[in-house]
Design a binder for this molecule. Structure first.
Ligand code: SF4
Length: 482
């Protein structure tokens, strides 16, 4: 799993200066929380259902080995094969072997973050791979657009969030060999054109690769949630279907899936359900009119089992709904590419160091204001800020943070242990900061620009000036007035 965390500061500056990206992110910032709130308002038992969803995921993770083995037995009983991959490279090799054995040339895929994580497309399309080189086509519209553009997803659900309509039109003009009456400008025409191109790819494919939202231990079923129905065609049309997914996706029963689906789409896109929820249950059976002749499930570890029994185990509950991204003030300011990893936002800032190691991803746990919104919207109650703090502690203790930052934190710790000195220091800081402030339109005082180390803070936004009286002073005054 590649990360470019070392470039995080530069990528962040680039993202903040990119007006087009900022417009797209503004849409996420404004619209997604509204949609989620509206969906929750019509489900009075939403919070209780989230508690139940977290319980289900905890039960699955606590007995992961048992449920995975039960799942494997059920898949085998249905005529499918299960493959265990310890690393991303192992998963790619397994998938390559299955495709070669199927005599495949053309592969279609539906959206899967796990295949992004292991960089499966690059492996399958590797020009130096000789005989085992395949043509891979993404069939989710967003993934298809970024595949044509040679880009990475910038959001786990909306991978082409950063691409404008004009850029989509340019991309289709450059790649589609289609005669048109006039240049593309209407989104409906673009969609029609993509559908026309992809339809031929679906019909010609030898292998279909999908991800999975959930694996059901009791039935051996795989649940795939999409908005475009492309996973159904990917799973059904080619003669070989390969499911690639992380080991943590297993849940004990089909009833459990019902609970998780109730919170997944509401948290993700503010809908009761996604447009398509597909249940896959092995290869074509005698008498079935359609379906693949060969069926494989590749279960990927890639660092997941290392989280068991650690302070990061709760992260394995994640159902990739993206609510934490949509509500994060950092993600909605810089977008996904700045994180330099396929998993972005708060969940990515926890997962990436877990999968890639802290050293190449050390910037990411620091990309948080600790406002706590991610935890409050997470439908499976993952304490994301607590885990980000654990990573920061490790960064500090392993001396990965810059010396200036470590010294600053040591001073901060000293101050915090001495309340009277702390209060005096804070008073001094507040007085100093207020000297830099001016009165804004609403009568509040704002700091437009800070010198020296503070300059980075005010480079892209104003900072609210501290109140003239601290909270503690106001509290004491009110108490004595009672
Ligand atoms: S951490 Fe929670 S909110 Fe974020 S993607 Fe995972 S399940 Fe959704």
């Amino acid at each position: 799993m590649q990360t470019t965390s070392s470039q995080f500061p530069a990528l962040t500056r680039e993202a903040l200066a990119n007006r087009t990206l900022q417009d797209s992110l503004d849409g996420v910032r404004r619209i997604m929380p509204e949609l989620r709130t509206a969906a929750l308002n019509e489900m009075p038992d939403f919070e209780a259902t989230c508690d139940r969803a977290a319980e289900i995921r905890n039960t699955a993770i606590a007995r992961l080995d048992e449920y995975l083995q039960q799942f494997e037995r059920q898949v085998q009983a249905a005529g499918g094969q299960v493959h265990w991959a310890a690393t991303g490279d192992e998963a790619c090799q397994i998938i390559g072997r299955i495709c070669s054995a199927a005599g495949a040339e053309k592969i279609i895929k539906s959206k899967s973050m796990v295949t992004e994580e292991i960089e499966l497309n690059a492996w399958l399309e590797d020009p130096e791979a000789g005989d085992r080189r395949f043509e891979v086509t993404e069939t989710d519209l967003g993934e298809y657009i970024i595949q044509l553009r040679g880009e990475k997803p910038s959001h786990i659900l909306a991978p082409s969030l950063h691409v404008t309509l004009e850029e989509v039109a340019e991309t289709f003009h450059a790649h589609h060999k289609i005669e048109r009456q006039q240049p593309l400008s209407d989104p409906a025409d673009m969609l029609r054109e993509a559908r026309q191109v992809l339809r031929d790819k679906f019909l010609a494919a030898d292998v279909g690769i999908t991800g999975a939202n959930f694996l059901v231990a009791e039935t051996g079923g795989v649940v795939i949630v999409t908005n475009e129905g492309n996973a159904d065609l990917t799973a059904c049309l080619p003669d070989t279907h390969i499911v690639v997914t992380g080991i943590e996706k297993v849940v004990p029963t089909l009833d459990d899936v019902g609970v998780l689906l109730r919170v997944l789409a509401r948290s993700a896109i503010g809908e009761r359900l996604s447009n398509y929820t597909t249940f896959v249950q092995g290869p074509r059976r005698t008498g079935d009119s359609s379906g693949p002749g060969n069926y494989h499930v590749v279960l990927l570890d890639n660092g997941r089992s290392n989280l068991l029994g650690t302070e990061f185990q709760d992260m394995l509950r994640c159902i990739r709904c993206s609510a934490c991204l949509n509500h994060c003030p950092v993600y909605t300011a810089i977008g996904g590419h700045a994180y330099g990893s396929v998993y972005s936002g708060p969940m990515g800032a926890v997962l990436t160091p877990a999968f890639a190691g802290l050293s190449p991803a050390a910037h990411l746990p620091n990309a948080s204001t600790f406002c706590g919104r991610c935890e409050s919207v997470c439908p499976v109650r993952i304490p994301l800020p607590k885990m980000l703090r654990h990573w920061r502690e490790q960064e500090f203790h392993q001396k990965m943070a810059p010396a200036g930052q470590r010294i600053g934190l040591q001073w901060w710790a000293i101050l915090n242990r001495r309340p009277s000195i702390y209060r005096g220091a804070m008073r001094l800081v507040a007085i100093t900061l207020r000297r830099f402030s001016t009165t804004g339109e609403n009568g509040r005082r704002w700091i437009r620009r800070l010198p020296w180390l503070g300059a980075a803070w005010t480079q892209h936004r104003d900072m609210a000036a501290p109140a003239s009286e601290s909270f503690q002073t106001q509290w004491r005054r009110r108490e004595s007035a009672k």
